[in-house]
Design a binder for this molecule. Structure first.
Ligand SMILES: Cc1cc2nc3c(=O)[nH]c(=O)nc-3n(C[C@H](O)[C@H](O)[C@H](O)COP(=O)(O)O)c2cc1C
Length: 228
């Protein structure tokens, strides 16, 4: 990886290469090895929530796998998105199942679940259920066939909205799920909403590192009459 010199503004507002790069490392992505780009992005776009996805394979095998390239996309209709990368030889089981069944469940991850989450990311063959092998209790869903993880405080039943081909070298697919049902533990339910102080999700940061929800701060924009 070759770092570029940092740019600085001079006194008339023009850019120049700094004599020393100061405290910033500047890396252009053209020419980066894909693995390096992955490591940089995975450490830069953090903390990422983890979608622990249940889906159903052939003969009813329940598949369970974590995906941290995950976010909410829209709310009318409620849409979430997960980026699924290449499998070793075939598609990842989750993508194969979602393509076939057009449904899946996203389960939230709390600190007690994180070791099981990591273990469920192993390369299990499609005929072995991660959930069964790891002794993870499942509970039925209402509108989709895939079950939810019983110990997860939030599960989203999803019907496939679309699969977007990202046209990158590794053929990532953005799986867009339409959330048709929420399951929310009473422990984090504040009568009409999820209590953000009671819900303690784990986030993924670089490599095999995770971050647990910690100090919470409130921060509103200060009033500025120019913008109402
Ligand atoms: C915390 C965590 C997050 C992950 N996020 C992703 C992701 O966003 N996209 C992806 O393709 N793989 C991701 N993986 C790797 C998959 O979980 C792994 O390839 C898994 O074996 C896929 O399982 P499946 O074949 O049963 O679908 C992640 C792994 C871990 C441990």
């Amino acid at each position: 990886m070759k770092a570029l010199p940092a740019l600085v503004f001079d006194e008339i507002g023009e850019w120049h290469e700094a004599a020393s790069s100061g405290s910033m490392i500047t890396l252009e992505t053209a020419g980066l090895e894909p693995r390096e780009a992955y490591r940089l992005l995975a450490a830069a776009v953090t903390p990422r929530p983890i979608a622990w996805v249940t889906s159903v394979g052939q003969c009813g095998v329940v598949n369970l796998a974590p995906f941290s390239s995950y976010t909410f996309l829209a709310y009318d209709p409620p849409l979430v998105g997960i980026s699924v990368g290449p499998g070793t030889s075939l598609l990842k089981d989750t993508l194969a199942h979602v393509r076939t069944n057009r449904e899946f469940v996203v389960n939230a991850v709390t600190p007690e679940l994180v070791q099981l989450v990591a273990n469920s990311s192993r390369r299990y063959p499609p005929e072995i259920s991660e959930a069964q092998d790891l002794g993870i209790e499942l509970a039925p869903c209402r509108l989709v066939e895939a079950p939810r993880v019983a110990a997860s405080p939030i599960s989203l039943e999803c019907v496939l909205d679309r699969i977007v081909e990202l046209e990158d070298t590794d053929e990532h697919r953005l799986v867009v799920g339409h959330v048709v049902m929420f399951h929310i533990s009473e422990e984090i339910w504040a009568g009409d909403r999820i209590d953000p102080l009671a819900f303690t999700p784990m986030g993924r940061i670089g490599g095999q590192l995770y971050i647990r929800a910690g100090e919470v701060i409130r921060c509103e924009p200060t009033k500025d009459e120019r913008f109402g």
